[in-house]
Design a binder for this molecule. Structure first.
Ligand code: AMP
Ligand code: ZN
Length: 489
């Protein structure tokens, strides 16, 4: 399998540290608000990688943090704490906000068929681990204490920039969202490992530490949580492209300085989902959430399908028109799958299955190319094989795509069958009503009822008399298990 590694800027053959096993770490959400569908694009594409590795036979352990402390409004440790901002907005405590939006995040993930990582760890649960790493960094001379905060000293590194070669000045400016510069730093890119003194006296969550009561910086949580569960050698680290700098750059700096060796082999970054007028936001304009999509009548699977139609390394533009096009394509696809009807006793042609499946594997082996994988899905519909094989292939691909294809097709067939049945029942009722309006038919129906009553009362002579009376008029009665019907000669 080929993966593009943002750390080497190259497409590389994926070789895990341990044969057959993959350790995978994902930066989780900052739970101060709902996730927007841009955030969820990243999680959908990471989910595809996770599912595909399992499909390919790897034993995957995936870990995700939940950022419930330390993430300031600027990724460069400046501005207001995002969690505090959420708490103030909703007049709740930080922990109430964290619990509410963590649940909301996983509810959205479930709707989008994003598998829950094997281990989900809130950042507030590993304070001791961060303190231990920071102490080691202090001992090794990679960290310093300045005016109440502990900083990582980026000047101690041979190479700090991993994902981009830009000028240090440019990058630092790029991440600052018009907030004051922290004058306690020795170097512009130094970042906070532990805050004790900050402008935020009302910081709700504080812990004791060798440097005083305070709280951890945002970056240290991902290093701490990843190493706690996945050890000193990580196979794959994922996140949205905005995480590459400074967050992932800082994770590498502190993890490798702490460990004294190389840490993570592959970095996967998902490019952003943008709106036509630019960056997706939680505060400006329409706040695009899964719930909003549902309110507007879109099945969340249409959004997943929309994401899978493009490659994760290309920026994607969201518009309602694009969603409508995705919906039309998805509905057509489901209708085509629903029309596959294997004959009685038809079995899967194993040779055809293996041959067609190669197209799908090739697409995903090619740097998780979901756009080609969707093409491979359409190729199944065109393949020269029977419907049983096609349905088996679609179910197989859907272990990775997770679009609920078979369920949606079944639901469509059930809906069509129910509509058919309702139509047939209406037709029958109309025929019966028309017949009952005819005096001769009305008499027949009345006599059928009288005969039924006679039989029930064991008056078989009367029952026979009625049968004969009708026979003389050219009406034959037919007794069935559902009652008596009639034929007029
Ligand atoms: P956050 O909750 O801000 O920590 O972000 C959660 C994840 O969403 C991170 O992996 C971000 O890199 C990613 N992300 C943020 N904005 C976008 C976007 N517009 N498109 C795709 N991914 C995004
Ligand atoms: Zn992270």
């Amino acid at each position: 399998m080929i993966l593009y590694n943002s750390a080497s800027h190259k497409r590389e053959e994926f070789i895990p540290n341990e044969p057959g096993k993959v350790s995978m770490y994902t930066c989780g959400p900052t739970v101060y608000h709902f996730a927007h569908i841009g955030n969820l694009r990243s999680y959908i594409m990471e989910d595809i990688l996770d599912r595909y590795l399992r499909y390919a036979g790897y034993d995957v352990t995936r870990v995700m943090n939940i950022t419930d402390v330390g993430h300031l409004s600027s990724d460069a440790d400046e501005g207001e704490d995002k969690m505090l901002k959420g708490a103030r907005r909703e007049h709740k405590t930080v922990m109430e906000i964290a619990a509410y939006y963590t649940d909301a995040f996983f509810a959205d993930c479930e709707k989008l068929h994003i598998r829950r990582p094997d281990i989900v760890q809130p950042a507030t649960g590993c304070i001791d681990e961060y303190i231990h790493i920071i102490e080691t960094l202090m001992e090794k001379g990679y960290a310093y204490f300045s005016n109440g905060n502990v900083y990582f000293d980026t000047s101690k590194l041979e190479k700090y920039y991993i994902f981009n070669e830009q000028d240090a000045e440019d990058l630092a400016v790029g991440v600052r969202e018009s907030v004051e510069e922290d004058t306690n730093k020795r170097n512009k890119n130094d970042f906070v490992l532990w805050f004790t003194k900050s402008k935020f006296e009302d910081q709700a969550l504080k812990w004791d530490s060798p440097w005083g009561v305070g709280y951890p910086g945002w970056h240290i949580e991902c290093s701490g949580i990843s190493m706690k569960y996945l050890g000193e050698h990580l196979d794959i680290h994922c996140g949205g492209i905005d995480n590459a700098f400074p967050h992932h750059t800082n994770e590498i700096a502190q993890s490798e300085s702490y460990l004294g060796h190389h840490w993570c082999n592959y970095w996967m970054h998902v490019l952003h989902l943008n709106t036509a007028d630019g960056k997706m936001s939680k505060s400006k304009g329409e706040f695009l959430t899964v719930s909003l999509l549902e309110e507007k009548g879109y099945d969340p699977m249409v959004y997943r399908f929309f994401c899978l139609q493009s490659h994760y390394r290309k920026a994607l533009v969201f518009s309602w028109e694009n969603m409508d096009n995705a919906r039309i394509a998805f509905d057509k696809l489901i209708a085509r799958i629903a029309s596959l009807k294997p004959a009685e006793g038809e079995t899967v042609d194993e040779a055809a299955f293996a041959e067609v499946r190669q197209g799908f594997v090739k697409a995903l082996d090619n740097d998780v190319n979901t756009s080609l994988a969707i093409t491979a899905l359409y190729d199944v519909l065109k393949a020269k094989t029977n419907d049983a094989t096609k349905l088996a292939l679609i179910a197989d691909y859907d272990r990775v795509l997770a679009l609920g294809l078979i369920d949606h097709a079944k639901a469509l067939n059930d809906k069509l069958a129910a509509e058919e049945a309702a139509k047939a029942a209406a037709k029958k009722a109309a025929e019966e009503a028309a017949a009952a309006a005819d005096p001769f038919v009305a008499e027949i129906l009345q006599l059928i009822e009288a005969r039924r009553a006679a039989k029930k009362a064991k008056d078989f002579a009367e029952a026979d008399r009625i049968r004969q009376y009708l026979a003389d008029k050219g009406v034959t009665l037919v007794d069935t298990k559902d009652g008596t019907t009639y034929k007029i000669d």
